[in-house]
Design a binder for this molecule. Structure first.
Ligand code: HEC
Length: 190
């Protein structure tokens, strides 16, 4: 009697064990998930720094603005894309519940990569703005009253580098935030 109960318990435990093992992501995948999440958090902090300077131009410092832009530049584009590849088995189904990445990233690879590259283009434009405005924040960095955001003359997707560098930095910044939001809406779980 006693032994049967024991056997049952062991049997149950090994089933639980097997299920747990199957559900546990490999350490490498887990690493990658925490690394890309840390990158995202760093980009969020950088965006907050830039946003704060547009809200309070007296607090503008070209070096800090540039550093924030460079943080986003260095964590976007192909660097960002490489964190979400199929090879590393790092997408939601296999990476486990700690990741909010959606598996459609693989099916819509081009779209995902394009948004990641757009983000980098905007960051490069912001870096240039900081270099061109080493002193106080100039009026040329600000959006003009009534300037249309997003759906404006350039739309939300700017392909032409010339246009991008010509627009006020604040406008480029708003397009940048839209790139974050566009990608999250499509490729990140609620
Ligand atoms: C090309 C797509 C893409 C772009 C662009 C993008 N993100 Fe993300 N972001 C994701 C995905 C996918 C996740 C979920 C990652 C995961 O949990 O594995 C995520 C997660 C996050 C998180 C949560 C991180 C955590 O700790 O779980 C933050 C914060 C974030 N992004 C901020 C930003 C900001 C700010 C920008 C723009 C400056 C941005 N993201 C641009 C795809 C993107």
């Amino acid at each position: 009697m006693k032994q049967t109960a024991y056997m049952k318990k062991v049997g149950l435990l090994s089933i639980v064990g097997a299920v747990l093992m199957a559900g546990v992501p490999s350490p490498a995948a887990e690493d990658l998930v925490s690394r890309r999440q840390a990158d995202m958090k760093a980009m969020a902090a950088a965006a907050k720094t830039i946003s704060g300077m547009f809200k309070d131009p007296a607090g503008y410092k070209a070096s800090e603005f540039k550093w924030a832009a460079d943080t986003i530049r260095d964590k976007s584009g192909s660097v960002l894309s490489a964190h979400f590849t199929s090879g590393a088995a790092n997408l939601q189904s296999k990476a486990g519940p700690q990741s909010k990445a959606r598996p459609n990233i693989l099916e819509e690879r081009d779209r995902f990569d394009r948004i990641a590259n757009d983000l980098r283009d905007y960051a490069v434009a912001l870096d240039a703005a900081a270099q061109n405005n080493p002193g106080p924040m100039t009026a040329s960095m600000r959006m003009k009253p009534g300037e249309v955001m997003g759906g404006g003359p350039f739309g939300t997707h700017v392909r032409n580098e010339q246009e991008l560098l010509a627009m006020p930095a604040e406008h480029a910044f708003h397009l940048m935030l839209q790139a974050c939001a566009t990608c999250h809406a499509r490729f990140r779980m609620e």
